[in-house]
Design a protein around this ligand. Structure first.
Ligand SMILES: [Zn+2]
Length: 321
């Protein structure tokens, strides 16, 4: 009897304990849910307050409510923070993919003095060609990179040489570009085409000598259309090659089967036609059907397929502005 009673009491306690634990767990769950939904609510409210205050800021600067909303939709927070006054065409420009608020004044300037589309303006400003060539020159910090951009706005540091030059027939090239060039020349010859490697790597001194000679002969303005100033030549990188079928570098090269072959195949070896006929305004060089630049197969194929210059590639894929 005594034993039985004790067991009964134990059972009662156990049931009460289970009920208490049950209520406890339920309570914690409810509380947890409540806290979480408070968090979400708070975040929503915070976001709302923040976007309202950004909108207020834009409205205070002189943008209409709908303009402010569009700007908020088009730009991220960091960019909006840099808006410090009412800019003409900001709403239109902010819709364009490669827009950078840092360039807004230059976009507006070009808009005011041209009929270019908003897209065209952004591309021109981001590639610097709204400026005079050889002004605001920046020195590149990646001179040994296979994708280094060297043009009339971006210069190689003075006094450097490429890391790893190899001899390919009569020219020197950076190793990877040189190996690709060997393969390309072999493939052309296998297709029955004569090809001469005319000019590859040039030292800073050689480029200086050439440029000064051209300036003496034709004057600076003329020389600048076809010869690069020292440290602005792709030939100094060891990644550029001039090819020829007859030992000359003349525009009639474009009428040769060699040129046709290069049009169809250069990208398969990682080379691009660097100074195309229709992009003289952007590259700053007259059409050079003989000048090819090594960028690797992937990038060369992309540039060919999109029919863009290396500068445009930089804006679209490397964030240049
Ligand atoms: Zn060249």
């Amino acid at each position: 009897m005594k034993r039985k009673k004790r067991v009964k009491v134990h059972f009662g306690n156990l049931i009460i304990l289970i009920i208490i634990i049950g209520i406890g767990i339920f309570g914690i769950k409810v509380l947890y849910k409540q806290l979480n939904s408070d968090d979400t609510n708070n975040t929503n409210i915070e976001n709302k307050i923040e976007s309202d205050s950004i909108k207020d800021k834009l409205v205070n600067l002189g943008y209409s409510k709908s303009e402010s909303e569009e700007i908020i939709n088009n730009l991220d927070k960091e960019e909006i923070e840099k808006i410090d006054k009412k800019y003409d065409y900001l709403v239109e420009f902010s819709k364009i993919k490669y827009f950078h608020i840092e360039n807004i004044e230059r976009y507006i300037n070009l808009k005011n003095k041209s009929d270019y589309s908003y897209d065209e303006i952004i591309m021109r400003v981001n590639t610097s060609i709204d400026k005079e060539f050889y002004t605001d020159i920046k020195t590149v910090d990646n001179p040994n990179d296979l994708l280094v951009l060297v043009n009339k706005f971006y210069a190689l540091p003075s006094g450097i040489e490429p890391n790893d030059l190899i001899q390919v027939e009569s020219v020197k090239m950076q190793r990877e570009a040189g190996e690709a060039l060997k393969e390309m020349a072999t493939a052309m010859r296998n297709d029955g085409l004569k090809i001469i490697l005319q000019s590859g790597y040039r030292s800073e001194d050689t480029q200086s000598y050439l440029y000064n000679r051209y300036v003496a002969r034709d004057g600076k303005e003329e020389a600048d259309t076809y010869s690069a100033r020292p440290n602005h030549s792709e030939h100094q990188t060891g990644l550029a090659i001039d090819v020829s079928h007859d030992g000359t570098l003349e525009e009639y090269f474009e009428d040769t089967p060699q040129f046709e072959w290069l049009q169809d195949n250069a990208h398969k070896y990682g080379f691009i036609l660097r100074y195309p006929k229709d992009k003289v305004y952007m590259t700053g060089y007259t059409y050079e059907p003989w000048h090819y630049r090594y960028v690797g197969i992937e990038v060369a194929t992309l540039i060919k397929n999109e029919n863009i210059t290396f500068e445009e590639y930089y804006v679209k894929y490397k964030g240049l502005y």
